[in-house]
Design a protein around this ligand. Structure first.
Ligand SMILES: [Zn+2]
Length: 118
């Protein structure tokens, strides 16, 4: 870890921007890196990652889902993040493999893997 990284704490997405944050992620099917700017800081460093738990294909609200899992959404610049359990969309594909035993509430272990791939 580089000097100073300890000062850059992960934090929740501000309530006032939660709706805008959700809209950006709802509109994207780009995979783990989004092209849209972060609603909080404006940097184009938004990421997401789904952890697949259990296949259970179904249609909900007209959209096809792979099954159950959990998702992280975060910005590498301002370190705002969101983590929740839910449905994994069928379009989700990723080359990023994260050791499940390292996963935490924050996206730090996933971010580490992405940074190592750069
Ligand atoms: Zn940001």
């Amino acid at each position: 870890m580089a000097a100073g990284d300890g000062d850059r704490q992960w934090r929740s997405v501000p309530d006032a921007l939660m709706s805008a944050w959700g809209d950006v992620f709802d509109a994207s099917q780009e995979g783990e890196t989004l092209s849209a700017p972060c609603p909080v800081c404006g940097a184009t460093t938004l990421h997401r990652w789904f952890d697949r738990h259990r296949a259970d294909p179904r249609i909900i609200a007209g959209l096809p889902w792979w099954g159950q899992g959990s998702q992280w959404q975060w910005c590498s610049s301002c370190r705002c993040y969101l983590h929740a359990s839910g449905w994994v969309p069928v379009w989700w594909e990723t080359a990023i493999e994260v050791d499940p035993s390292t996963l935490t509430h924050t996206p730090a272990p996933i971010e580490d893997v992405i940074e190592r791939m750069r």
